[in-house]
Design a protein around this ligand. Structure first.
Ligand code: AMP
Length: 395
């Protein structure tokens, strides 16, 4: 059987990221983004075999953008597309793994929308548009939350009255599951260990950031909760704050819920602390030039990350390794080194040269010999989504 092609789609409210994954090749045959959808200046940008191109698609909505994409995908797939994998942010408690999309699955994703009011409706837009355009192709939903459905109850429950959990689903769900699953699987391969018999801490550090404890192939705890705001300091998200902050800001400054949500989601994290940028690369450059805000933002980011990893070590029977991934985890020797410096009690220690070498997609071990493993593992959520889609096509 020739190697199969899967189109992977990740829909936001005004954008569609896409990648055409061939099961036999690590490079994407085609990848890109349609952005500013619904606006006069909507744009489709793509990369194919090292070549970049773009097309203005004025006023295009999700369906129109996917229709423009179709001939490109068919061309890059040599005319044969086998399925579509959709990234869906929230699967609630209903989805513990990927699912073939049918009317019931669509309804369940819709029913989960109150838990992810920004993300699930956007994901649904993409699914519905793709179903109309490609009615005969198998389509699969892969959920960011599904991997974390193995959390034990003592890890997923908030210390809140039970009725809020039973009647309203208030619990910790966790996100970035596709990435944590992919990199921990890869880490086990790199270490020559069985995925089903190994224990990992994983740090996914991109614009959104989370940690995860993975034991015998299952997520046992993670830093994000009911929403992707809980946990680490991120690009623009505060992560954990005193739960009374909302009430305090409302009473003392008269701030509305909308104002506070904007503060915590869009104005905080690295951006808020530095007063400069949400982008770690820019902050490292500014730090080199003595910028106090950038210096502090990096210190807070690394300390909070180390604290979260130390906390998650409670979920592990032993530590087979710590994994760094995501744009920052894969590219910042500084963040990796500062974080590990706070983790001496876990006996972690980095090899300076190896740490410096693992950037721009280079995977590898960066620990000092005789200390627990620390691995840099580039994530590939698109590939994992394509693999999950292929697995369901086989059944
Ligand atoms: P992602 O969301 O996974 O694409 O990651 C985005 C984050 O990765 C941003 O904060 C970038 O600044 C950061 N990043 C990418 N390249 C580098 C680099 N060379 N050094 C430090 N941070 C980087």
């Amino acid at each position: 059987m020739p190697a199969r092609n899967i189109l992977v789609i990740n829909c936001g409210s005004s954008s569609i990221k896409f990648a055409l994954v061939n099961e036999a090749h690590s490079q994407f045959a085609l990848s890109g983004i349609a952005e500013r959808l619904g606006h006069p200046e909507a744009l489709l940008r793509w990369q194919r075999g090292g070549e970049q191109d773009s097309l203005m698609i004025p006023g295009a909505d999700h369906r129109a953008a996917l229709a423009q994409l179709l001939p490109l995908v068919q061309g890059a797939a040599g005319g044969k597309l086998h399925g579509i994998g959709h990234r869906v942010v929230h699967g609630g408690e209903r989805f513990t793994r990927a699912h073939r999309i049918d009317a019931q699955v669509l309804e369940a994703i819709r029913a989960t929308a109150p838990l992810a009011p920004l993300h699930n409706p956007a994901n649904l837009l993409g699914i519905e548009a793709a179903l109309k355009l490609y009615p005969t192709l198998p389509q699969v939903a892969v959920f960011d939350t599904a991997f974390h459905q193995t959390l034990p109850e003592h890890a997923f429950r908030y210390a809140l009255p039970e009725s809020l959990y039973r009647e309203h689903g208030l619990r910790r769900y966790g996100f970035h599951g596709t990435s944590h699953r992919y990199v921990s699987h890869r880490a086990a391969e790199m270490a020559g260990l069985a995925f089903g018999d190994s224990s990992w801490l994983s740090a996914h550090l991109g614009n959104g950031c989370s940690t995860c404890a993975i034991v015998n192939g299952q997520s046992r705890d993670t830093s994000m909760g009911l929403t992707p705001l809980e946990g680490l300091a991120m690009g623009t998200r505060s992560g954990d704050v005193d739960p009374n902050l909302h009430a305090h800001l409302n009473r003392s400054l008269g701030w509305s819920l909308e104002r506070i949500e904007r503060l915590l989601n869009h104005e905080s994290g690295l951006l808020g602390l530095s007063g400069l940028s949400n982008d770690m690369r820019s902050l490292e450059q500014a730090r080199d030039q003595g910028h106090a805000g950038a210096t502090l933002a990096i210190e807070v980011f690394c300390y909070r990350l180390a604290k979260s990893l130390a906390a998650l070590s409670c979920a592990l029977p032993q530590l087979d390794g710590l994994i760094f991934t995501g744009g920052i985890g894969e590219n910042s020797p500084l963040v990796r080194s500062k974080t590990v410096t706070h983790l001496k009690l876990l006996n972690l220690s980095l090899d300076k040269a190896a740490n410096a070498r693992c950037i721009r997609g280079v995977a590898g071990a960066i620990h000092t010999q005789g200390h627990p493993r620390v691995l840099v593992v580039p994530t590939n959520e698109e590939r994992q989504i394509a693999l999950d889609t292929l697995t369901l096509l086989d059944h």
